[in-house]
Design a protein around this ligand. Sequence first.
Ligand code: PGA
Length: 256
Amino acid sequence: MKKKRKLLVGNWKMNPQTLEEAKKLFSGIKKQSQSLLHTDIVLCPPHLFVSDVVKINKQKIISVGVQNVYFESAGAFTGEIGPIMAREIGCSYTLVGHSERRTRGESDEVVGKKVKLALSEGLKVILCIGEKERDSEGNYLGFIIEQLKHSLLDVSKNDLDNLIVAYEPVWAIGKTDAEAMKGKDMHEMSIFIRRTLGELFNSVDVSGVKILYGGSVSSNNTADLVGNGEVDGLLVGRQSLAVSSFMEIAGIVDTI
Ligand code: PGA
């Protein structure tokens, strides 16, 4: 059977501080990514650095994404960028609904509008979902269903191949790798997310939707999360800020 390609996404957040550092980090990852056989790499630098890193990625060895887009294409929206702008400058992906944006007031409704417009403008959307905390009654599962439902309200089933769901439990982001989710728990969540997607899209084939895990990923937990977690890839924050740590993770993902 043909091995399904994995996706490894680096979310640089508001890092690094200079364009020189950004170009160096991007070039280093790009160079080493050439040896990967089964893994696609996406890097999401801060908006201001995107057009410069795209220029050093002429052969498109890796893909570039933005960390956020607005839900309108143009207009009087100070400080925002639209999906067409992102696509025109050379991005093929966008993150939408990262928890660090949701805590600054981004609602499910706004996330849903962003997902819809970005998909219709031809970007691949990495929709971030995840509960703040877990409870023994399993209420967090209802929370995940609601997040998916609202975020995917107007998405047509024809767009599903361009949708990636990144499950990032908020309690696991920015912690030590020992505090990240365990592979066996992620396995349950992968099944749950896929089942929910199936229900939301009236039982159409949702196998084309990639499911990623994010939250304190490092080379120590990569094999467990990808191997036992049944995910199609990972969304990496801090460990994507150095070529060596990111490529160590990539090397492990590529062999699973
Ligand atoms: P982290 O961030 O890997 O630094 O925990 C992940 C994320 O927020 O996407």
